[in-house]
Design a protein around this ligand. Structure first.
Ligand code: GAF
Length: 384
């Protein structure tokens, strides 16, 4: 066990000036501008986006910013305050490691026909990396805005960022994270219908409901993450094919119980029930009944743990301890296998709930978790 510590809350630092100053030092020129985009938590509707279902993400106040120095040739240089590895190459070339994200966006924007010239990019971020808070979409969306804001619609930029992630990086993710990073509005959650990409901005007035949305970064990251995510996606496609439906959005709970393969049955049961929970949650938000959403959060976690099997000990512990410490509901958020959990807690109790989780992790001998407050924030934009 480690010595008792005070829980550490990550503040949404304003990085705009720092990004511009660092870029000027890196590249020897005052940047043409700075753009930023947010990380996210998903309230509910997990692993539903690639099943044409509903999800309900919220943009965080924690953002990734990108300073841009335009060039007259087709060269690209990329640096980051958070990474030693840099990229030097030409537009359209996809870089290694983390640089695949920003270079992948330049590639994808070219693929959709935009004229993308050479550019120097400097990245800075307040979104913790590997915490399941979508630091990758914050990065790709900030770059997409910086290069393409004046040339394409936000919906087109969402699609380009998904393409960058799927085809350039090789991560077979859905579109939830990019959509919220580019479409969110402050004070709301984004109801996303992934069948037709339609959206609805639902009021998420936490203070009015007397609640806070606590995010617990378990700091657990499990190996095989990419392979596991792809396998879940493949299971869903196989289940839909076995049921003869285009996607699990079209399947009913009764149909799912008729699936022969127990693993596919469980995966599909999660997706179909989770889509229903996301719709129910949205219904409660429309009626200002946020304080009645706790059971849906708890049921979502149980389904992700038992049927979809994407939770882990650290997430289960964070959720259980948060509930015992007074949360009205809690669940893992994002892809799973580590990363973060959310807990809806009475206003003013985030500190004590965080302390309880921090203590429990200490007793288990686990790394101290990180904490932050999810204040529903706006989509990416130009910030300088
Ligand atoms: C990750 C993916 F990037 C999203 O598209 C989504 O599938 C999520 O996992 C699970 O809901 O964040």
């Amino acid at each position: 066990t480690r010595a008792r510590t005070r829980p550490v809350f990550l503040e949404p630092t304003d990085l705009v000036q720092r990004t511009a100053t660092d870029a000027a030092r890196e590249f020897g020129r005052t940047p043409d501008g700075v753009w930023s985009a947010p990380g996210r938590v998903n309230l509910i509707g997990e692993h539903t986006d690639y099943n044409a279902g509903f999800c309900l993400p919220v943009a965080l106040p924690h953002r990734t910013s990108v300073a841009v120095v335009r060039r007259s040739d087709d060269r690209v240089r990329i640096t980051s305050r958070q990474a030693d590895a840099t990229f030097t190459g030409t537009v359209g070339e996809v870089g290694p490691g983390w640089t695949a994200y920003p270079t992948g966006v330049l590639w994808a924007l070219r693929e959709i026909g935009l004229e993308v010239g050479g550019v120097d990019l400097h990245v800075d971020s307040a979104v913790p990396v590997g915490a399941g808070l979508s630091s990758s979409a914050a990065l790709t969306c900030a770059v997409a805005l910086a290069i393409g804001e004046a040339l394409a619609s936000r919906e087109e930029l969402v699609a380009a960022c998904v393409r960058a992630e799927n085809e350039a990086v090789g991560a077979p993710t859905g579109g939830m994270d990019q959509a919220v990073a580019l479409l969110a509005r402050a004070g709301t959650a984004l109801l996303l219908d992934c069948r037709d990409s339609s959206t609805e901005h639902l009021p998420l007035d936490l203070p009015a409901a007397g609640l806070e949305l606590l995010v617990i970064d378990t700091r657990a990251s499990h190996s095989l993450v990419d392979g596991q995510y792809a396998r879940r996606r493949a299971d869903c496609e196989t289940a839909a094919a076995a049921l003869g439906v285009p996607s699990l959005r079209e399947a009913t709970a009764e149909q799912v119980e008729g699936l022969q393969d127990p693993r596919l049955r469980a995966r599909a049961r999660h997706v179909v029930s989770e889509i229903a929970r996301a719709e129910a949650f949205a219904g409660l938000l429309r009626q200002d009944r946020l304080d009645e959403t706790g059971e849906l959060l708890d049921a979502s976690h149980a389904s992700l743990r038992e049927d979809f099997e994407v939770s882990c000990d650290e997430l289960d512990e964070a959720v259980a301890v948060a509930r015992a410490a007074g949360a009205i509901g809690a669940r893992m958020t994002g892809g799973g296998f580590g990363g973060s959990a959310i807990a809806l807690v009475p206003a003013g109790t985030s500190g004590s709930v965080a302390s309880a989780v921090d203590r429990a992790f200490g007793v288990r001998g686990w790394r101290a978790p990180g904490f932050l407050l999810a204040v529903p924030s706006a989509a990416g934009s130009r910030v300088l």
